[in-house]
Write a protein that binds this ligand. Structure first.
Ligand SMILES: N[C@@H](CCC(=O)N[C@@H](CS)C(=O)NCC(=O)O)C(=O)O
Length: 259
């Protein structure tokens, strides 16, 4: 690990639950926490910072790059006040040690009890089980709220035809989410922030930056609940500490836009 780029912050080591292995095949949606798992897990805080591999910024050494899944994991660590030690990997030139750890070559990857675990769904679930306090649990019926926003955003961002319906599709997802928040907010699970917000927040951050830059497109002011949701999440200390730099976000999406 000597070649790793590492900026020590805080963190742990914990046991990876085989019971959540099956979650790896799921798409990137927030998986509701299962009570039966909680009782079998310890909630002792880690004695050592948790090692977590994330995407490096392409412009600034030892800074998080434009990966919303990595930010989701770091946000979860921050909100749970867990110490962590991030290792920044250049995805355009993956070091050998990283490919050995995760042959799929994807980030984030977090080390639980000497075992490297990829995938933000699995990592955040395992963190919830190992460190249930403060809880970020989301009930099953709310777990998929807003889950189509990211894919419709990418569809619109990549679109070259203004009349192909992709803008409308995104607006429709954002509007439904706005209505949901108006009724149930301010967060997806009501008064308290949850895993659903920590997954959606980084995606909305990418959406806002990329669409302004590439399409001169803004989230409509009429979506007031969504606007204040974004403002609330983006101004949290945990978010500011873990967010990507706007120019990294812009550069990260360029290949998709110019495809
Ligand atoms: N489903 C995965 C997705 C992770 C993912 O796609 N990460 C991207 C960076 S945002 C990656 O590592 N891509 C590999 C590459 O660019 O070579 C998760 O939730 O962790």
């Amino acid at each position: 690990m000597a070649a790793m780029s590492s900026a020590r912050v805080q963190v742990s080591a914990c046991a990876f639950s085989a019971t959540v292995n099956r979650l790896r095949s799921r798409p990137n949606v927030v998986v509701p926490f299962r009570k039966s798992l909680r009782v079998s897990m310890s909630s002792v805080p880690p004695s050592q910072p948790l090692e977590v591999i994330v995407k490096a910024s392409v412009t600034t050494p030892n800074r998080l790059g434009d990966c919303p899944f990595c930010q989701r994991v770091l946000l979860t660590l921050e909100e749970k006040h867990l110490p962590y030690d991030p290792k920044f990997v250049d995805l355009t030139n993956k070091p050998e040690w990283f490919v050995k750890i995760n042959p799929e070559g994807k980030v984030p990857v977090l080390k639980f009890d000497e075992k490297w675990v990829p995938d933000s769904d699995v990592i955040t679930q395992t963190l919830e089980e190992k460190y249930p306090s403060p809880p970020l649990v989301i009930p099953p019926e709310k777990a998929t709220v807003g889950s189509k926003i990211f894919s419709t955003f990418i569809g619109f961002l990549k679109s070259k035809d203004p009349n192909d319906g992709t803008e409308q599709a995104l607006l429709s997802e954002l509007s439904s989410f706005n209505d949901y928040l108006k009724e149930n907010g301010p967060f997806v699970n009501g008064k308290e922030i949850s895993a659903a917000d920590l997954s959606l927040g980084p995606k909305l951050y990418h959406l806002e930056i990329a669409l302004v830059h590439y399409k001169k497109w803004l989230v409509p002011d009429s979506l007031t609940s969504l606007k204040s949701y974004m403002k609330d999440i983006f101004s949290r200390e945990s978010f500011i500490k873990t967010r990507a730099q706007p120019h990294d976000v812009i550069e990260g999406w360029r290949p998709k836009v110019e495809d």
